[in-house]
Design a protein around this ligand. Sequence first.
Ligand code: PDD
Length: 279
Amino acid sequence: MPDVAFINGAFMPLAEAKVSIEDRGFQFGDGVYEVIRTYNGRPFALETHLARLDRSAKALDLTQPYSSVEWTAHVLEAIGRAAYPEAKIYIQVTRGVAPRDHAYSAEATPTVVMTVREFHPLDRSIQAAGVEAMTVEDIRWGRCDIKSVNLLANVLARQYVRQAGVFEAILVKEGVITEGAISNVMVVQGGTVVTAPEGPRILPGVTRAVVLNLALSEGVPVEERFLSQSEIYEADEVFLTGTTVEVLPVVRIDGKVIGNGRPGPIAKRLAASFTNRVA
Ligand code: PDD
């Protein structure tokens, strides 16, 4: 099966999909997106992702054309057409095509793009061993809660990570940890899961919310506050959450060993609960 694309209501093979060079997504990064994955062939937390898409769009005064019910039908059709065992669905809505001018017109018709590709989950051995991360200065804008396609700071952070041969960038703004470049960051301190609060400095991760609820339902206390960079090195455990990483222990940051250098008990427990939850 070829990778599937969807543009403004029409399905086509990904290789044939094209949008105008005058699209504001291309000209200005003027758009929003979501990344969703399937488990057992079904999209995980689709409604929550669609609600966040809607929220991101509204925050940019961008009218995304489909209701949640319509989106769900399109997503299910796309997954069916691609027919991969597990798929990664990428949705993007831009403000549409217009002659280049920074200010926009309310009349612009949004461009809606969706792609479906095969999803290869992280190797279980990586999950079991934990990963290494590095801190990178968080140079992003003041509305990181909007899932905007403007990802330059994340692009640079991920490139540093690739060059350093580690797994993820932990972003640090004015001395505090915000989140990862493609994930949210959680820390265990004395049995409590601590993570940055929702607000303009982080993306309110779909996985983050699921994992915090799992922790609470299992009697693990949760605290939402910003951690300093030094606190993260001294944490008992650190782990990442996200659509692509699920619950992923971090065992080394900037070359410093976290805890005993192995995935900790709370991260392991939450990873197992998450696996049960998605099954
Ligand atoms: N990124 N924080 C950032 C900056 C992210 O880009 C992501 C996900 C997350 C985790 O959010 P969620 O649990 O809803 O996936 C947190 C996606 C996968 C991406 O850009 O590819």
